[in-house]
Design a protein around this ligand. Structure first.
Ligand code: HEC
Length: 272
């Protein structure tokens, strides 16, 4: 269960990452979910925030309790403060406020419970459920012919609107019609890439004692105790003494009452 929610949460956090390889419409090849993200706590916590902010309005995760987010390094207090909107009890399951019948009327399909969605979407030959979710969230595109105005390469004609479009910006999909080399009388409608219509951006701000302590502590630990620090030494970029002092500088920064750290992101798509 833990891994299932985690992969969903990570997929959310990476909706705008690199573009998957081209494939035919309808049989879109899934991209590989970057599994190292499963142990990246900052990324997981960011994904959890996105999940409660952008998904729980329509979906439940009825087998998941909020306090299980301790598994991604959050305390009950942090969960209560930053992630509880629908309830005030961290022991509650993740419910949605939407009425399933009404949702069906609005969208033409009921938003499924997401507790085990990753497991249920694994497909032999295509990939794991996490690969599917990762691809699903990176392949929405504008399509005025659809009721929601959106379509998706991994799930053609999906009834879900693109819940993360403000983070990703708007994109169109470009398709080309090509002769089928095996049956020349037939054409293949092939996806040829995305065209960015609007660019978007977001910022992370660490300015209060609590978020500063979290961000500063995270970097102090990362620099001193993780592969990040080990690699810096291996590559000859730093030495253990310097890493210790950089880590300490992050802790000093976090303890300083008027310290601010702002991370601006411009979300762009990289083709490969
Ligand atoms: C405005 C309502 C709405 C929001 C917000 C929303 N969804 Fe959905 N979602 C739907 C509907 C409706 C469906 C059913 C789509 C269908 O069957 O065509 C769906 C389906 C899904 C599916 C199943 C796809 C499949 O293969 O069957 C997943 C996974 C999913 N949503 C994840 C998410 C995540 C993650 C978020 C937040 C980033 C989110 N949804 C936000 C309405 C929503």
């Amino acid at each position: 269960m833990k891994r299932i929610l985690l992969s969903l949460v990570v997929a959310c956090g990476f909706a705008w990452a690199a573009l998957p390889a081209a494939a035919s419409e309808g049989s879109y090849a899934w991209d590989r979910f970057p599994s190292e993200k499963m142990t990246d706590m900052a990324s997981l916590q960011h994904g959890a925030k996105i999940f409660v902010n952008y998904c729980l309005s329509c979906h439940s995760a009825a087998y998941m309790r909020y306090n299980r987010l301790q598994d991604i390094g959050l305390t009950d207090d942090e969960i209560r403060k930053n992630l509880l909107f629908a309830t005030d009890k961290v022991g509650d399951t993740m419910k949605t406020s939407i009425d399933p019948k009404q949702a069906k009327d609005w969208f033409g399909a009921t938003p499924p419970d997401l507790s085990v969605i990753a497991r249920s979407r694994a497909e032999t030959g295509k990939g794991a459920g996490a690969d599917y979710l990762y691809t699903l969230w990176r392949t929405f595109y504008l399509d005025e012919s659809k009721p929601t105005g959106w379509n998706n390469l991994a799930f053609p004609d999906i009834a879900m609107p693109h819940a993360l479009w403000q983070l990703q910006g708007q994109r169109r999909a470009v398709f080309v019609d090509e002769k089928n080399p095996h049956e020349p009388e037939k054409t293949v409608h092939r996806f040829a890439g995305f065209e960015q219509v609007t660019v978007s951006s977001s910022t992370w701000t660490y300015a209060e004692p609590e978020s500063r302590a979290w961000w500063g502590g995270l970097w102090a630990d990362r620099i001193r105790f993780s592969r990040f620090g080990e690699q810096a030494v291996e590559y000859g970029l730093s030495d253990p003494d310097e890493l210790t002092s950089i880590g300490q500088a992050f802790l000093d920064w976090a303890a300083s009452p008027d310290a601010v750290f702002i991370v601006p992101h411009v979300e762009i798509l990289a083709m490969r």
